[in-house]
Write a protein of this length. Structure first.
Length: 394
């Protein structure tokens, strides 16, 4: 399917309308996954699209991909809790759906019980599932029944059967252990610390880590590496087994990487299509979104310019023809439906990593990120002839 889009200009509505757009976009993506899984109907109703080079039919891994990634991206918004505002009532709906979905995904008697330990892929999405729980403990862990909590712990521990690749995959073991540390006090400290140790070794400079011993020019610093380092070290710090100097370094590096990501966004909201997993779409900006959520942006970057930049990116891609099928499920592609862009490991469930762009919804609607007037982002400023701060390596 080929077509062209007009990416020359994306108008910026009023701040309140921009937040509504973010919420509506996240809900549009997440609803088919959470609504079906809450009813035990995900495996029955979710389509499985694969690319021409698919390794296998992906049915044994795609459902946990869809759920774990959706939960990870939507969690900060859900953690705000329900209230009597229009948005707060929508949150209540999805908090309840997510809680039911967690039960269905981890109950061995459920039709939607998920694979956490067969083949290697489930380690990846057990980690995203664990990350979602860590990002919203008040809404996604504490209210669960004791039986469901027991099922979750068993599911996470079962992923220990999988040996990770010597790459960013080490962080998946670390993320699972970080959740076990917080929720069960049963972390394997070697599996928790080793991924952090290796990534501190694999740091290359100027805010960038290698994906294992080698550098890859792709978005895996954002898809996985920087966000998982932040969340693992945060969990360790909260549990009193922290590595405060490493945590400080990781946050400083993440700030620099977020600055680079902000500068990658063109005046029209496009960005370089570099590296693998482009079918994750705007999930490529998870790091920028998380650094903004943590209020750790560099001083020269106003929160509202990040809001505006991400709005432009998301709007172009989510509104492209073919992004969703007729039933509302994501389809493989970067801009619209481009099945050939997916690697052999890509299937429908994989695409839900796109929800990670919405981490900033965990900021209250009253936060300046959402209330300040729109500001142009760096590329928009410079190509309009405005002065910008000199860029400096970290």
């Amino acid at each position: 399917m080929s077509f062209s889009i007009n990416a020359q200009k994306v108008d910026q509505p009023a701040p309140k309308e921009v937040r509504e757009f973010y919420v509506n976009s996240l809900v549009k993506i997440a609803d088919p996954v959470l609504s079906n899984l809450a009813k035990g109907k995900l495996k029955e109703n979710m389509p499985i699209e694969r690319s021409p080079g698919a390794w296998d039919d992906r049915t044994h891994v795609t459902y946990l991909e869809a759920f774990g990634r959706t939960l990870s991206g939507i969690a900060p918004w859900l953690e705000l809790g329900a209230d009597n505002t229009k948005e707060g009532k929508v949150r209540r709906k999805y908090i309840e759906l997510a809680q039911k979905a967690i039960d269905k995904a981890t109950d061995p008697e459920s039709a939607d019980f998920m694979n956490f330990n067969k083949d290697r892929q489930p380690l990846v999405d057990a980690a995203f599932f664990a990350q979602g729980l860590l990002r919203a403990p008040t809404q996604l862990w504490e209210p669960l029944s004791e039986q469901t909590k027991e099922n979750v712990i068993k599911a996470l521990k079962s992923s220990r059967d999988i040996e990770p690749y010597y790459s960013n995959w080490l962080l998946f073991t670390g993320m699972v252990e970080a959740a076990l540390l917080k929720f069960d006090g049963s972390a394997d400290m070697v599996r928790l610390s080793y991924p952090v140790n290796k990534h501190m070794e694999w740091y290359l400079g100027d805010g960038m880590y290698g994906d294992g011993p080698n550098f890859h020019w792709d978005y895996y610093n954002s898809f996985v590496i920087q966000p998982m380092l932040l969340d693992i070290l945060k969990a360790m710090d909260e549990a009193g087994v922290g590595r405060k100097e490493d945590f400080k370094k990781v946050q400083q590096r993440a700030q620099r990487y977020a600055s680079i990501q902000e500068r990658l966004i063109s005046p029209s909201g496009t960005y370089p299509p570099i590296g693998r997993s482009l079918a994750y779409r705007f999930g490529a900006f998870q790091s920028l979104s998380q650094v903004a959520l943590w209020k750790n942006l560099a001083k020269e970057i106003a929160p509202s310019q990040v809001r505006s930049a991400l709005y432009a990116v998301i709007k172009i891609q989510i509104e492209a023809k073919g992004t969703f099928d007729k039933e509302g499920w994501l389809q493989v592609g970067l801009v619209g439906h481009e099945n050939n862009i997916g690697e052999g490991y890509i299937s429908t469930g994989s695409l839900y990593l796109s929800t990670e762009a919405f981490l900033v919804l965990g900021l209250s609607p009253e936060d300046e990120f959402w209330t300040a007037a729109a500001k142009p982002w760096t590329q928009k400023k410079i190509w309009n002839g405005e002065a910008i701060p000199i860029d400096h390596a970290y």
